[in-house]
Design a protein around this ligand. Structure first.
Ligand code: CTP
Ligand code: MG
Length: 470
């Protein structure tokens, strides 16, 4: 594999630029979607217009990409919920309900699958720049900005950065990833001058990384610094000075991007763009077993088909279980979620231990503290006390029965505790009742899916697929 940055870039470019046939296919599918929707809208709302948006309109889409965006722009007299409902009904009527999948970002939209392409059909309002009424109203202005400002060369640079971020797992602003959106990628290459320049910046910056691609704060730089003070990365939306396009980027994603950029510049490789996770079930089983890792997985059937909701709730559930485990004296070393967004959610934990010994040491106050009598009296005749309070090395201690004998007990306790379950909806509770648990090397059996195996491999070796020599 080539080591020279320019060679790697040329090789990747060759693979990410859509071919003429691909472009034709995409254009044909989208033209058909647009004209069928336009026809239908003539009778519903003649003032609505149907637009091709997103990376196809901006010519920053990747070869092999099967997603595209079409927007239906409504006059502002429409109420938000009516607009969403009308669009969904109309799309179902035109393309048939079996081809449609209802989805949800900040408001509902539909995905239609036509000839291998998933077209997101999204409602928005026709407004003047700056007078946005819904989250999607800015998109047409974003498209305009990119089409005006990004040269064909810069669009290719955006493709490279997009593919790089996809490869290292930080592409996409949705809750699942909390990474870099397509528009953010475009603004980064535009502001910083290209793919390599963006890597150099990412590899070396200390937060906040502050950019104002539309120069909206020209002459008001002080105000901009104040605004960005508390963010890790702040990229001012060129069509809305109050919005940070990078607001969704988590510290975790940004830090991965920083390290991967550093690695890529030091030792360029196509592997960053096309990672090969290839450990088999048996290999992962062997790693977990030989390292004695206390892994623990809970498989729960997916309780909704709306990905943003599923991921949001799965992350909340993960953190609630982690806290519950800690409260029950099981130290959590790592916690992560995986889902195929259709059938299963897996919550994965690495714990210090999964079984408790017979007794735990419980720390009390230092000698001469006012709290000593309360501590002693609390544990003198407590049902949990195995050894009554005693002084040792400057503090008081007691030895207690563990709160739970093993993780199984803690999770059962959680899933039957009113306090724990508070706030979870009926459908999640029902899914809990069908959950299954796997321990140690058996976590590889939690679901039968190669994506899950890659996830497990990445949990144990977040960068091995880049560092590994072939
Ligand atoms: N958008 C949206 N809701 C969707 C899909 C898209 O609001 N369901 C908006 C986004 O806010 C963005 C634009 O449409 O402004 C395009 O979104 P997306 O497809 O995520 O980004 P692209 O630039 O098209 O990049 P990609 O190549 O990843 O599709
Ligand atoms: Mg898109």
């Amino acid at each position: 594999m080539s080591d020279d940055l320019q060679d790697v870039i040329q090789e990747v470019l060759r693979r990410v630029r859509p071919s003429v046939e691909e472009r034709n296919h995409m254009n044909n599918v989208l033209s058909e979607v647009v004209s069928r929707l336009q026809e239908e809208f003539k009778s519903i709302e003649p003032e609505a217009d149907v637009l091709i948006e997103g990376s196809v309109a901006k010519d920053t889409w990747l070869s092999g990409e099967t997603d595209a965006d079409v927007f239906v722009r409504f006059p502002v007299k429409w109420k938000k919920d009516e607009m969403g409902r009308t669009l969904i009904d109309c799309v179902k009527r035109v393309f048939g309900p079996e081809k449609c999948r209802l989805r949800f970002a900040e408001h509902p939209y539909v995905t239609v699958r036509i000839e291998g392409i998933n077209v997101d059909i999204v409602p928005c309002y026709r407004v003047n720049r700056g007078e946005y009424r819904s989250a999607t109203d800015r998109t047409v202005f974003h498209t305009e900005f990119v089409r005006e400002r990004l040269s064909p060369e810069m669009r290719d640079e955006a493709r490279l950065l997009k593919k790089f971020f996809k490869g290292i797992g930080v592409y996409g602003a949705e809750i699942k990833t909390r990474g870099f959106s397509g528009f953010l990628v475009e603004l980064l290459v535009y502001s910083l001058g290209g793919f390599k320049e963006t890597l150099e910046k990412l590899a070396s910056f200390k937060p906040p990384l502050l950019l104002d691609p539309g120069e909206l704060y020209k002459g008001r730089e002080e105000e901009l610094y104040r605004k960005a003070r508390d963010s890790l990365i702040c990229v001012i939306d060129p069509v809305d000075e109050l919005r940070n396009v990078a607001a969704a980027v988590s510290g975790e994603s940004l830090s991965i991007a920083q390290y991967a950029s550093y690695l890529m510049l030091r030792k360029p490789s196509v592997k960053f763009f096309y990672p090969a996770h290839k450990a088999s079930k048996e290999e992962i089983r062997e790693i977990v077993r030989s390292r004695g890792l206390n892994m623990f997985a809970i498989t729960i059937p997916a309780w909704t088909d709306i990905p943003d909701i599923l991921w949001g709730q799965a992350y909340r559930l993960l953190s609630r279980i982690s806290i519950f485990l800690e409260e029950n004296e099981f130290r959590v070393l790592m916690d992560k979620v995986w889902s195929d967004e259709e059938k299963n959610v897996v919550l994965l934990f690495i714990l210090e231990e999964v079984e408790k010994r017979a007794a735990v040491l419980h720390m009390g106050p230092p000698y001469f503290s006012n709290n000593v009598p309360v501590f002693i009296e609390t544990y003198l005749n407590n049902e949990k006390t195995l050894v009554q309070p005693f002084p040792r090395n400057g503090r008081w201690w007691t030895i207690l029965k563990p709160k739970a004998k093993n993780v199984d007990e803690v999770v059962s306790k959680a899933f039957s505790s009113k306090e724990f379950l508070k706030g979870f909806s009926e459908n999640i509770l029902k899914a809990f009742s069908e959950s299954k648990m796997y321990y140690g090397e058996d976590v590889v059996e939690a679901v039968d899916n190669t994506g899950y195996l890659s996830f497990l491999e990445k949990c144990i070796h977040p960068f091995s697929w880049i560092l590994r020599e072939d």
